[in-house]
Design a protein around this ligand. Structure first.
Ligand code: GMT
Length: 377
């Protein structure tokens, strides 16, 4: 198949899933064309059957808000025509799915199929906002195939948009052959001793991630044991988080690592991953941590309970319940045998349920069904 993959290039779950999916499909012999405003960060080396097309933008003084979406439509239409694409796969409804439909209109091409993968905030925050509600619904309804990254997001899509089209759940995945715990990584984060526990959080530091809860949980752990917190990422809440770290006197123990292309070395140093989000359709960061044999303490919202099994691969608590999450963190970190058991269970779950060899064929089959015109759920 010839597939156009439209995605965000930056450090966010939807862009990571799109890029990893494209690379996996290319390995299986499909031709994949990525379309974005910059090179997706995980597309960092040449791979056969993978192409990248940057959206060209005309800078013109009249444009107070340069119309990126129109340039994107133009790029998609040109590319789809030239390469005779079979499938346009839009990751994140706004604006990618909408632009894919517009490109199809521009081309007056009825054979090209549009698949939309809903990732989370495109439904729960952005898409449900009145300013985007109509076009999000339009984008979903007009898609030939719609996938959601968890059962929870699928249900929320039906609830929010009352759509008539079937939405298929295809879980996010991780390539467990390349994402695994690298021995010896603890020394690199300055915590070589097993008695020093390493906690990690990876996100874009948006309010929805509740970064301050991460720090407050860590503060309680630190009162009881020698520990270090790695905060990987950046975003609007960084300054507030830095201020809280100062106020709690934790400067020495909390490392702001900044945005990182490769999080595996940091996950490999970790004993526990914290994800106290307010909303989370899946929690790809948690899955990558599990693939590196790291148990997760998280909130029991959205799709997280479909990824993290409470009491087996980590612990779940209500949003904002810092007390409970701190207790769970201490419970697992102070019991070596439990920690080891959970480590193994986390890795096993990543392999057994979310490995790329299990999930990627589900996309291939879905594309094929859509091309054949059979898209029942
Ligand atoms: O919220 C983020 O971290 C970014 C966002 C994205 O689209 O890049 O993540 C969403 O999609 C990820 C990949 O499918 C999911 O793993 C995240 O749970 C989801 N984020 C939220 O629902 C808040």
């Amino acid at each position: 198949m010839k597939i156009g993959m439209i995605c965000y290039p930056t450090h966010g779950g939807s862009g990571v899933v799109a890029t990893e999916l494209g690379k996996e499909l290319a390995k299986r012999g499909h031709v994949v064309h990525f379309i974005s405003y910059q090179l997706p960060f995980r597309l960092d080396r040449y791979q056969q059957n993978v192409f990248y097309h940057e959206v060209e933008m005309l800078a013109y003084p009249l444009f107070k808000y340069p119309p990126y979406t129109l340039a994107l439509v133009n790029t998609i239409a040109e590319l789809a025509e030239r390469e005779q694409l079979d499938i346009l796969h839009a990751h994140y409804a706004i604006p990618h799915s909408f632009c894919a439909h517009m490109a199809r209109e521009v081309m007056e091409e009825r054979g090209l199929r549009v698949v939309t993968t809903l990732h989370g905030t495109d439904i729960t925050l952005v898409g449900s906002d009145p300013s985007f509600n109509r076009i999000t619904r339009f984008s979903i309804e007009k898609s030939d195939g719609i996938t959601a990254v968890s059962e929870s997001l699928r249900a929320e899509t039906y609830d929010t948009f009352k759509i008539s089209k079937p939405v298929r759940t295809i879980y996010n995945f991780v390539d467990t052959k390349s994402v695994f715990r690298i021995p010896g990584s603890r020394t690199e984060v300055g915590c070589p001793q097993a008695t020093c526990k390493v906690l990690v959080h990876v996100s874009n530091f948006r309010p929805v991630k509740r970064l301050l809860d991460v720090i407050n949980i860590f503060a309680r752990v630190r009162q009881e044991m020698w520990a270090r917190l790695l905060l990987v990422g950046d975003g609007v809440q960084r300054r507030e988080a830095q201020a809280l770290v100062e106020q709690l006197g934790l400067r020495k123990d909390v490392l702001f690592m900044g945005t990182q292309d490769n999080v595996v070395p940091m996950l490999s140093a970790a004993d526990l991953f914290l994800l106290p989000s307010e909303k989370e359709s899946f929690g790809l960061g948690a899955l990558e941590a599990m693939a590196c044999s790291v148990p997760v303490v998280a909130t029991n919202i959205g799709g997280i309970p479909e990824v993290v099994v409470h009491g087996e691969t980590g612990y779940l608590a209500p949003v904002g319940d810092v007390d409970a999450m701190s207790r769970y963190a201490l419970e697992v970190l102070s019991d070596e045998r439990k920690l080891q058991r959970m480590r193994e269970a986390a890795r096993r779950r990543a392999e057994d349920f979310f490995g790329s060899e299990r999930i990627v064929p589900q996309y291939e089959e879905f594309y094929q069904e859509i091309i054949n015109g059979a898209t029942d759920n």
